[in-house]
Design a protein around this ligand. Sequence first.
Ligand code: ZN
Length: 118
Amino acid sequence: MKENKYTPKQRAVTALSWIMAVVSCVLLYYEFSSYKDLKAYSDELKKKPENVTFVSDFVQETEPVSYDYVINTGSMKIHKPECEAAEKMRRENRDYITADELEKYYALGYSDCSFCNP
Ligand SMILES: [Zn+2]
């Protein structure tokens, strides 16, 4: 009779280890796939900053002492300071101008916000 190198229990443990190794690989693969999806999703969000609220938007910013209009350097729109769209604007896109500077910004290609119509 051929001598059995491993006991049935040892063989069961070995088989179980293999199964777990394969399952781990599969799980890892799906984990990685969902990570890629998440990354694609977050890249997608970054492309549409208007729809996203960033924590930095809530950070108190220092406003200039005197200004007449709020401009969005991203969308190139000129808003009244009280405009709702101007308040929701991303902080890094926000800039402040005076009435004297208005013509200069129109020349640069800026246009009036259709919502607040400054
Ligand atoms: Zn506006």
